[in-house]
Design a protein. Structure first.
Length: 483
């Protein structure tokens, strides 16, 4: 089989976190009673006029600046016309000719071997404002469908990438990076279950080395980043097989079925809509002033990429660790709050990424709701640093802190978990262990290094994990060499 290269571009719809809709005062609250958040503007009733939500405009510009886009100073909207029951006006107000944000770019990190990361620049084609459509409900309804217009008119930013992505993994990384930036900017809750972040993918394949683009297929119904990755994998394979068999790929829209793990044809290019865009006559074009753009620029916080560089520089973390920590703003905040308690940053990073995150994920909560707050985790790490308890004991203490909300110190005192650093006591146990394991001792003497590990393990077991492992090791070696 020939070597085929996929060419991928993504379209992401982000719901902007405004309190009211894009062109009227209706609430954007999720989960309201169907059709409660609607008004004549939502429905386009005669005599009603849309008014642009200033906050939505500010959010859009903020994202554009963060994605290094050329921000247009002229705002214009267009009507995208199509007839479908989810669209009460029979047109959607969008931006066609003059998107608020033009070309830009973002860096993504592609994980490489040995915990390294390869940065890759991904072009942004545009990021424009538009209103959402309503939602049709088909399930469990006989003879027809129901429609909920609460979503109609909710502000969306459609972020379109250049076809710069070359693998499903890169597409996944792009989405993770984009989500992370949007969260840092606090312009969207990025909740995929509630539809605040939706993605369509465009993908084509071509023989490696070919510069002309192949025929692209659009995939819809991608409900998670993992679904995007899986659907792309499936589609790349399908298209490569077709090229291999000299079949013609048709330009079409396909739907991803998570249950079947396949894409299915939805409509071909011939059936595609002609949206007959024209300038929205009810919203006159206007100019965004340079001072306003500068004012918005000042509200952009330190973004993940810059934060990762700072965390590496200030705390000596590896590229990989910094990358994992900064991706989630709240996790990075937790880490930095912990480090402010003057404990070893590398230890903090390890404890957060292994033990703490496991507990947080298990409890299905966010790290900001974690019962063990940064000062609490720092308290536990301090006990390891000053040899009060071993790392092994600490692994038992943390879940208890999580469950009870008690401090590490309180639990260690209550349960008498303080580490044994008394050489005499450890020596006593070590002697017993040596006596009871003559065969293993023999193995150690004949040069088998693993035997020592087993003996240390026995000392730890005898002392219920309380012996200082380093001391146990030293004492055992001393006794074995002496006898
Ligand atoms: Zn309304």
């Amino acid at each position: 089989m020939m070597d085929y290269e996929p060419v991928i571009g993504l379209e992401v719809h982000v719901q902007l976190a405004t309190k009211s809709k894009l062109f009227c005062g209706c609430s954007t609250e999720f989960g309201s009673e169907p059709n409660r958040n609607t008004c004549p503007v939502c429905f386009g009733w005669p005599g009603s006029l849309p008014v642009l939500n200033e906050q939505a405009l500010r959010f859009a510009v903020k994202v554009g600046l963060a994605l290094n886009c050329r921000v247009s100073d002229r705002i214009q909207f267009d009507r995208k016309n199509y007839f479908y029951p989810d669209l009460p006006k029979a047109y959607q107000i969008s931006q066609f000719e003059m998107p608020i944000n033009g070309k830009g770019w973002v860096f993504i990190d592609i994980p490489g071997a040995n915990g390294s990361v390869e940065p890759q620049k991904v072009g942004i084609t545009r990021a424009h404002l538009e209103e959402d459509a309503g939602k049709l409900l088909h399930e469990g309804i006989k003879d027809g469908s129901l429609v909920d217009y609460n979503r109609a008119g909710i502000p969306l930013l459609e972020i379109v990438s250049e076809p710069d992505l070359r693998s499903p993994e890169a597409a996944y990384e792009y989405l993770v990076t984009l989500k992370s930036i949007l969260e840092y900017l606090e312009v969207s809750d990025c909740n995929m279950e509630e539809g605040s972040l939706r993605c369509d993918a465009n993908v084509s394949v071509r023989p490696r080395g070919e510069t002309k683009l192949g025929t692209k297929v659009e995939i819809k119904n991608l409900n998670s980043f993992k679904a995007v990755q899986k659907a792309l994998q499936y589609e790349i394979e399908r298209q490569s097989d077709m090229l291999e068999n000299r079949e013609r790929i048709v330009q079409e829209t396909r739907l991803w079925s998570e249950g079947k793990g396949q894409t299915f044809s939805m409509r071909s290019k011939e059936e595609a809509h002609d949206y007959r865009y024209f300038p929205e006559p009810d919203l006159v074009p206007f100019t965004v002033s340079a001072p306003l753009i500068e004012e918005i620029r000042k509200t952009i916080p330190e973004l993940p990429e810059a934060r990762a560089r700072r965390v590496m520089r200030d705390f000596g973390l590896s590229e990989y660790d910094a990358h994992v920590l900064v991706q989630d703003k709240k996790l990075a905040d937790y880490f930095e709050a912990c480090v402010r308690e003057k404990v070893n940053p590398k230890l903090v990073s390890n404890w957060i990424q292994s033990e703490l995150l496991a507990l947080v994920h298990q409890a299905r909560i966010g790290v900001e709701e974690c019962p063990v707050q940064p000062a609490g985790l720092a308290g536990l790490i301090r006990l390891i640093e000053n040899n009060t308890i071993s790392g092994k004991i600490a692994k038992d203490v943390l879940p208890e802190m999580f469950a009870t909300g008690k401090s590490a110190e309180a639990i260690v005192n209550e349960k008498r978990l303080v580490q044994m650093t008394d050489t005499k006591l450890i020596e006593e146990v070590a002697r017993r262990v040596i006596e009871a394991n003559a065969k293993v001792v023999q193995e150690f003497r004949s040069g088998k290094q693993q035997a020592l590990g087993f003996l240390v393990g026995q000392v730890m077991k005898e002392t219920k994990g309380k012996a200082n492992p380093k001391l146990a090791n030293e004492i055992l070696v001393k006794l074995l060499k002496a006898s």
